[in-house]
Design a protein around this ligand. Structure first.
Ligand code: HEC
Length: 169
């Protein structure tokens, strides 16, 4: 008789611990699925190839349409992939893209990266809802970085909520 409540309590707390662990690990997975907001952490995250475990890539590097020089391959975050599949525009906070810049040709490793990350669902006319980042040499020395960055929004504002690529997963 007396053993029951104790056992039930034991099971309940085991379930709570399990749930807690699951929630913590899915929070970790979710935080890995967006590029960090600081440029140092972001560069380290790019170089570690962290996005490759959760992002959806274009099949292979291809000739770039414009400013991003000769060959590129773009990866979409899980949130952006979901939004595109659902036809949801504007994209939600957490939508993000990583574009690998293959400056030495499609068969050599990427040298640079362009990144966009949505910080708010509202992009605003100036694109302040988006964080932009671009390095052509894989360092932060001459990096383009900031919210609603004019050098980026000039072209990107003509896209679908600032997305220019025609790739649809
Ligand atoms: C001259 C126009 C132009 C400028 C300037 C420009 N982009 Fe792009 N960008 C494009 C086009 C066109 C694409 C899609 C086609 C391609 O991949 O070449 C693209 C693609 C991207 C992508 C992949 C996601 C997407 O929207 O398709 C990212 C990320 C990106 N650009 C980041 C940036 C950043 C960061 C800057 C500013 C430092 C920037 N771009 C400046 C034209 C531009």
């Amino acid at each position: 008789m007396h053993a029951w409540p104790a056992r039930r309590h034991g099971r309940a707390s085991a379930a709570v611990i399990l749930l807690g662990t699951l929630m913590a690990s899915s929070a970790r997975a979710a935080s890995l699925a967006v590029p960090p907001q600081g440029k140092r952490a972001l560069l380290a995250w790019l170089k570690a190839g962290t996005y490759q475990t959760t992002f959806t890539p274009e099949p292979e590097p291809h000739a770039s349409m414009s400013a991003h020089g000769p060959y590129v391959r773009t990866w979409y975050s899980p949130m952006l992939t979901e939004d595109l599949r659902a036809g949801r525009i504007p994209f939600r906070k957490g939508a993000a893209m990583v574009k690998e810049l293959y400056l030495r040709g499609p068969d050599e490793p990427p040298v640079g990266y362009s990144v966009m990350r949505k910080l708010r669902s509202r992009s605003r006319l100036t694109g302040r809802g988006w964080l932009f980042y671009e390095t052509f040499d894989g360092t932060n020395d001459a990096v383009s970085f900031g919210r609603g960055l004019a050098v980026c929004t000039g072209c990107h504002r003509t896209g679908v909520d600032y997305l220019r690529s025609a790739f649809r997963p």
